[in-house]
Ligand binder design. Structure first.
Ligand code: AP5
Ligand code: MG
Length: 222
């Protein structure tokens, strides 16, 4: 059947952080629409420029562009046994589209973990987030600090290079994204609750404790 799951959670809840543990445990790919859009930044096309401007302002990319990107990703053979969707679907229109796409493949979502976190902590988690230059490691200057600073700047534990901040992680953009989450994405929780798929997880716990709760929930659902 395959383990198709949708991680829902406010900005900073830890969807990307936790997805890494789930990939390792269940051997299925992590599909983050945010990551896919950020990867477009290296392209210099009108579409890529439009997407970048939308993201930097903290707005949502239109549904048709987002759905088409996911459709392309789902053509890859690694998606046959399951997918960890992160940041997608983000509203009911996208959710209905995904249900239809999976049904065409005789697949369906088996669990929707909802990572619950207070708004104030969410703001700090997003504002404090820093990435290694190659984006493979994520830190937090408040909650998950790197080991060292060089000339007053936090540096990566592994390569010693300065850490970087996402363009949409500045306060104004973070607050806008969080407002949009409550307006557009929270109604999705009801959509999946009706289907009996929601599993609430306390995302304020330590990273490893959240991972443990999450893995247990998926084990029970699959
Ligand atoms: P996207 O990349 O999806 O960002 P997001 O939803 O805003 O979520 P975040 O990545 O901010 O949060 P996260 O839960 O992944 O947190 P993380 O694990 O990094 O979207 C970006 C943009 O792309 C959107 O604004 C939109 O423009 C566009 N987009 C994407 N998908 C779209 C869609 N479907 N439709 C339309 N537009 C779309 O953790 C955060 C920080 O907290 C890190 O520093 C981490 O170290 C720390 N941390 C995590 N867990 C813990 C813990 N348990 N304890 C302490 N610290 C922790
Ligand atoms: Mg993320």
């Amino acid at each position: 059947m395959g383990i198709y799951m949708v991680l829902i959670g406010v900005q900073g809840a830890g969807k990307g952080t936790q997805a890494k543990f789930l990939v390792e445990k269940f051997g299925i790919p992590h599909v983050s629409t945010g990551d896919l859009f950020r990867a477009m930044k290296t392209q210099d096309t009108p579409l890529a420029r439009e997407v970048q401007a939308i993201m930097n302002a903290g707005n949502l990319v239109p549904d048709d562009i987002t759905n088409r990107m996911v459709e392309e990703r789902l053509k890859e053979p690694d998606t046959q046994n399951g997918v960890i969707f992160d940041g997608y679907p983000r509203n009911v229109v996208q959710a209905e589209w995904l249900d239809k796409k999976l049904a065409e493949r005789n697949q369906r979502i088996v669990i929707v973990p909802v990572l619950e976190l207070d708004r104030e902590i969410a703001i700090m988690r997003a504002e404090g987030r820093r990435y290694s230059q190659d984006k493979s490691r994520v830190y937090n200057i408040y909650f998950n600090q790197p080991l060292n600073k060089k000339d007053g700047v936090w540096v990566d534990d592994v390569d010693g290079q300065p850490l970087i901040q996402r363009e949409d992680d500045y306060r104004e953009s973070v607050e806008k994204r969080i407002d949009l989450y409550f307006k557009e994405t929270v109604p999705l929780i009801e959509y999946y609750t009706v289907q009996g798929l929601v599993k609430k997880i306390d995302a304020s716990q330590r990273i490893e404790a959240v991972a443990q709760s999450l893995i247990q929930a998926v084990e029970e659902a699959k």
